[in-house]
Design a binder for this molecule. Structure first.
Ligand code: NAD
Length: 380
């Protein structure tokens, strides 16, 4: 049965809020999937969705993914995410970002926002003028653009997948196909190029492609060709649902390891990859570097600590792949099981009490950070 309440029920969310601001045209949905481990944190995506149902599904899937991502990364944070319906190139305005900031603020710290596709550090700076529940800005103590650390984590995860595949750990001379060379894809290309990999890239924006061709000597293919490229690693760094019944049969890679969220269109696609013998580094396990980076703001940002934590994405991916082999299940199922295990432990051990304590400590920390305009978001 299709419909909004069917979708809401199927992902197990604590809260989903819709915000509309007539003056600025803001149409936003904020999904809080879980606060079992702490306040929910996750980026805001601005995208031209075909319809509202598509936007809702995206925020539901993305926010659930954040719960699992934080859990697997060992962070005391819950899962949340926001989407703004619209074209980030032509429809975004300062007034709209402020209206979104007021929507975030109205949730009183149950959701903390950050960058995602279609949003920048500058946008977070604007949002922070109306709420302190935003991280990843350029303010003092702000962690800035998370994509460098996301890319660094993906690079670590790729090495772990290579090791698991019995291919050593070196990227030297390997062929890596990158779909999407935006924020993360660009930095990933930089790490891979420095490690001696041969890059094959694609993007729907020619300027992005030109940059990686000039800087890293990448080979360019069209967006349709990237799936069928003969390569060692395919790195999806664009949007979700690109591993599906149409693309999986085309793949000629040994490993799929990239930053995009929700890469599997359906659960079955995870089994299909596994049955084809392609090693899949589950998206939320390998792309946690950005979350680790922004979350570090809450404890006082320290770059060396962040680097050390993000380097451990290597161990996380190896753990997931080894568990997958041991249990004879696809890696996406192994990752889910490991993430759920920590959530269950938190519930069973009465961690809700420490969660409440963490939340109140967290709120007082934020409130102590300064006065900010408090205005209720319109939700008509
Ligand atoms: P971005 O918008 O900067 O880059 C995405 C790129 O993909 C853009 O250049 C876009 O033109 C391109 N693209 C879109 N559709 C495409 C297609 N069909 N074929 C080829 N290219 C296409 O976004 P980003 O911040 O680099 O994030 C990339 C992915 O990684 C997203 O799925 C995001 O949710 C995920 N992610 C990002 C971070 C982060 O730190 N930025 C963290 C975790 C996960």
């Amino acid at each position: 049965m299709a419909g909004i309440f069917y979708d809401l029920g199927s992902y197990g969310h604590e809260q989903v809020s819709f915000f509309h601001d007539r003056e600025t045209g803001l149409k936003a949905i904020i999904g809080i999937h879980s606060t079992v481990l702490g306040p929910s944190l996750g980026g805001c995506r601005m995208w031209r969705y075909n319809d509202e149902q598509e936007a809702l599904r995206d925020v539901l899937r993305l926010s659930r993914g954040m719960t699992y991502k934080a859990s697997l990364a060992g962070l005391n944070l819950g899962g949340g995410k926001a989407v703004i319906i619209g074209d980030s190139h032509s429809e975004k305005s300062e007034a709209m970002l402020k209206a979104f900031g007021r929507a975030v603020d109205a949730l009183g710290g149950r959701y903390i926002t950050a960058e995602d596709v279609g949003m920048s550090v500058g946008d977070i700076d604007v949002i922070r003028t109306v709420t302190n529940f935003a991280v990843g800005g350029s303010n003092e103590g702000g962690s800035g653009d998370p994509s460098v650390m996301t890319a660094f984590g993906v690079f670590q995860g790729m090495k772990a997948a290579l090791k698991f595949a019995g291919m050593g750990e070196s990227l030297e001379g390997l062929r890596v196909a990158i779909q999407g060379v935006g924020h993360v894809g660009y930095h990933l290309a930089s790490y891979l190029s420095a490690a001696g990999a041969h890059l094959i890239v694609t993007d729907i924006y020619p300027d992005q492609v030109e940059k990686v061709v000039q800087e890293f000597g990448a080979e360019v293919v069209s967006p349709d060709q990237i799936f069928g490229i003969d390569c060692d690693i395919f790195a999806p760094c664009a949007l979700g649902a690109i591993l599906n019944s149409r693309t999986i049969p085309q793949l000629k890679c040994k490993i799929v390891a990239g930053s995009a969220n929700n890469q599997l269109e359906t659960e079955k696609d995870g089994f299909d990859l596994h049955n084809r013998g392609i090693i899949y580094a589950p998206d939320y396990a390998i792309n946690s570097g950005g979350l680790i980076n922004v979350a570090a703001e809450l404890d006082g940002y320290n770059h060396n600590n962040v680097l050390a934590k993000v380097t451990r994405v290597y161990n996380t991916i190896l753990d997931v792949l080894n568990q997958s082999k041991r249990e004879d299940v696809p890696p996406h199922e192994a990752a889910d099981a490991l993430a759920q295990q920590r959530l269950m432990e938190a519930k069973n051990l009465g961690k809700r009490h420490s969660k409440a304590r963490f939340r109140s400590e967290f709120l007082s920390k934020f409130q102590a950070m300064g006065e900010f305009e408090l205005s209720a978001a319109s939700s008509n």
